[in-house]
Design a protein around this ligand. Structure first.
Ligand SMILES: Nc1nc2c(ncn2[C@@H]2O[C@H](COP(=O)(O)OP(=O)(O)OP(=O)(O)O)[C@@H](O)[C@H]2O)c(=O)[nH]1
Ligand SMILES: [Mg+2]
Length: 413
């Protein structure tokens, strides 16, 4: 955290509102939280309503003049735009304003850079930063050298701002190779889990929803939890005992946010994909947040984009202790919903049973030896169920698997 608090840069936030002024307000208020998290002081905010974003300068000419005056008036050092700027917009805007220009992506990358602790996290952030920067070299260089630091300059790539495109390209391929190695390790771990009939659940949700608090409550883990955005980047996995025996491995990971930069998604894919390989999803929602509905929508959009589908979803409407609204809490994408407080522990009475039901629900664990002429049944299990192990023995094919109930009749030996 020290890295974030070193400098209190004065910034003006700038947004373009296309058709939904409320949505712009919400996005901007989140940008303010992001700026706070990055240690900046928000001196003022500006919204321009437009038909479309100005292709050359993001905001229009008149607004640029206004922002210019505000920079003086509020003694601000820089502006942060609420969308990802194109290389041209970035260059032109800072030319016109004569100050450092950042965008939402750079801000998020900055926070990630300060939060990354593990080797994997650091590689992922640097990759995302380099990819973002490589197309904006000219603009960024003059922008960042103007103030020589602050937002947009943190992270592993800090010293390398002056790199040219070729050097960046080389660095990217080195990092990609390193990431491959780390990923292999993760896959080995995953394969190990698949061999044993251990179930996994991924804890997902909007940033600051209470995912880490939940993991800590359920498993006594000591994951850092704070009232700030993107506190967790690196996945933590802990075992949670199931009532019917066995255990489920719960993984807490990086939170989602609207307009999550695509470079980050690409770089963090292996981390985000924890949800793709999990047996079920635990979706943590901050039910005290007025933007709850929208945050849920963004979580599901992100899951869809990652290719997470056909998995049981348990939605936890968290922070129920803080909720003042009395509207009913609904989630049509969820198989089950619960109202809980991960902070006080309230509402978790049925949690063990519900988790059990969702993990094993509708599925049966079988151990069978099929004669070799019944290979078709093994193929059916492979297709429809989850084959845990398969051994070719003298008696036949020895199989351990979870199968959906509806194929039980068809695979009985
Ligand atoms: N009142 C209340 N606060 C909660 C509850 N659960 C979590 N919090 C608080 O919400 C803040 C965020 O909690 P975290 O567990 O760090 O949230 P997260 O989802 O892991 O957030 P990131 O890792 O930053 O994405 C912390 O200040 C928690 O103490 C709850 O049930 N009630
Ligand atoms: Mg967390």
């Amino acid at each position: 955290m020290t890295e974030l608090e070193e400098k209190r840069e004065r910034v003006i936030l700038v947004a373009v509102s296309l058709n939904d002024p409320d949505e712009t307000e919400r996005s901007l208020s989140e940008l303010k939280d992001l700026a706070d998290t990055a240690g900046a002081f928000v001196a003022a905010t500006v919204i321009q309503a437009r038909e479309s974003v100005h292709p050359g300068t993001y905001i229009g000419k008149g607004k640029i003049e206004e922002v210019k005056q505000m920079l003086c008036l509020y003694e601000a050092d820089s502006i942060i735009c609420d969308d990802e700027l194109s290389p041209a917009q970035l260059g032109n805007l800072q030319e016109a304003l004569g100050c450092k220009v950042c965008d939402r992506t750079l801000l998020i990358l900055d926070i990630f850079a300060a939060r990354a602790h593990t080797r994997e996290g650091k590689i992922q952030v640097e990759l995302a930063q380099l990819r973002y920067r490589s197309s904006r070299l000219v603009g960024l260089r003059s922008s960042l050298s103007r103030l020589g630091g602050g937002i947009g300059t943190r992270g592993p790539g800090e010293k390398k701002l002056e790199m040219d495109r070729r050097v960046i390209g080389e660095r990217i391929s080195v990092l990609k190779k390193e990431l491959e190695e780390v990923k292999k390790h993760r896959e080995v771990q995953r394969a190990g889990r698949l061999k044993n009939p251990v179930r996994t659940a991924a804890i997902v949700g909007y940033t600051n929803a209470g995912k880490s608090t939940l993991l800590n409550l359920l498993t006594g883990a000591a994951v850092d939890s704070q009232d700030a955005l993107f506190v967790t980047l690196d996945p933590t996995t802990r075992a949670y005992p199931l009532t019917k025996g066995g255990e489920v491995l719960l993984t807490d990971t990086v939170g989602f946010i609207r307009k999550l930069p695509h470079h980050l998604i690409d770089a963090f894919r292996s981390t985000l994909e924890e949800a793709v390989y999990a047996d079920m999803i635990i979706h943590v929602v901050d039910s005290s947040n007025p933007q709850m509905e929208e945050q849920m929508k963004i979580v599901y959009e992100t899951l869809d984009m990652l290719g997470v589908k056909d998995k049981p979803v348990l939605t936890l409407f968290n922070k129920i202790d803080k909720r003042t609204d009395t509207e009913p809490l609904l989630d049509e994408r969820a198989d089950r919903v619960m109202k809980v407080s991960a902070k006080t522990g309230e509402g978790f009475e049925d949690f063990p049973d519900i988790i059990n039901g969702l993990i094993y629900g509708g599925r049966l664990y079988i151990e069978r030896v099929y004669p070799y002429d019944q290979g078709g049944k093994v193929a059916l299990i492979r297709n429809k169920g989850q084959l845990i192990s398969e051994e070719y023995t003298a008696e036949g094919i020895s199989v351990k698997a979870y199968i959906p109930l509806d194929i039980y009749g068809a695979v009985e030996a």
